[in-house]
Design a protein around this ligand. Structure first.
Ligand SMILES: [Zn+2]
Length: 258
């Protein structure tokens, strides 16, 4: 049991049980940011809309009932671009984001770096700027330097305040540029991400970075108790309490504008 409260800003809630959220709550979690995903791919705009609708209605109620705060990020992930009707979906998106109670746009980004992905990503960035919403941007899952670079270029081209850009899973080489720009850096305590000890080392070694910790809970193997474990590891290593709190709660809360 940990005393420092945390919020997890990267959860694919539909893949997790109510018991998981109850365990998070009893470990000091105050809330989660539910992010839309790919659901293994969408055939049409309607499938995307149904996914958004479920998150905003059903998931919100289910998680609030546990006693956790619920924030919502909606966006079209590069691997979730529907096979048909993209133009139509993009036209509906501004009204859609305003209709749902959306706290952030995401997760969005580039994977292959195709023209279609670039168009969808760019439009969502400028939409976030128009609506005054923060964005959650993911680095390409396959480590592609040219695609990662293009992601940064498109971020630069849009009038978004860097303090409202959360960059997830950014590769080591990209970190200095992101820190210099003033973006937030998302780290995941995850079997494919970082261990609690690695998180501790990074936080200690990189005092200029504004890190935001998550457990990236979804359908893949994960560490449900990754965030409390990272808090304990940082405490054991003598990281000051306010620094830990910034990484597991405050940076994310500020980014959300809460
Ligand atoms: Zn995700």
């Amino acid at each position: 049991m940990t005393r420092i409260p945390f919020l997890d800003p990267h959860v694919h809630t539909e893949c997790r049980s109510t018991e998981d959220f109850e365990r998070l709550k009893s470990s000091g979690c105050v809330g989660v940011l539910a992010v839309s995903g790919t659901q293994g791919g969408f055939r049409s705009p309607d499938s995307v809309l149904d996914h958004f609708e479920r998150l905003d209605r059903y998931e919100r109620k289910r998680i609030e009932r546990v006693g956790l705060k619920f924030w919502l990020a909606l966006g079209i992930h590069p691997l979730g671009i529907p096979k048909r009707g993209v133009e139509e979906l993009m036209e509906q998106l501004p009204a859609l984001l305003q209709r749902h109670h959306v706290d952030a746009v995401g997760e969005i980004g580039l994977e292959s770096g195709s023209e279609m992905e670039e168009m969808v990503f760019s439009k969502q960035l400028s939409l976030a700027a128009d609506l005054g919403l923060p964005v959650i941007v993911q680095a390409p899952q396959k480590k592609k330097a040219n695609v990662a670079k293009k992601t940064m270029v498109l971020l630069e081209e849009n009038p978004l305040n860097p303090a409202r850009i959360l960059l997830n899973h950014i590769h080591e080489e990209g970190r200095p540029e992101a820190i210099e720009k003033g973006c937030l850096l998302g780290l995941s305590v995850h079997p494919f991400g970082f261990s609690p000890e690695q998180v501790t080392a990074l936080v200690t070694r990189t005092p200029d970075a504004r890190f935001v910790l998550s457990a990236d809970l979804g359908s893949q193997p994960s560490y449900l108790m990754g965030m409390p474990a990272a808090i304990v590891a940082m405490e054991d290593a003598g990281v000051p309490g306010e620094k830990i709190r910034a990484v597991v709660h405050d940076h994310a809360a500020e980014w959300l504008g809460r």
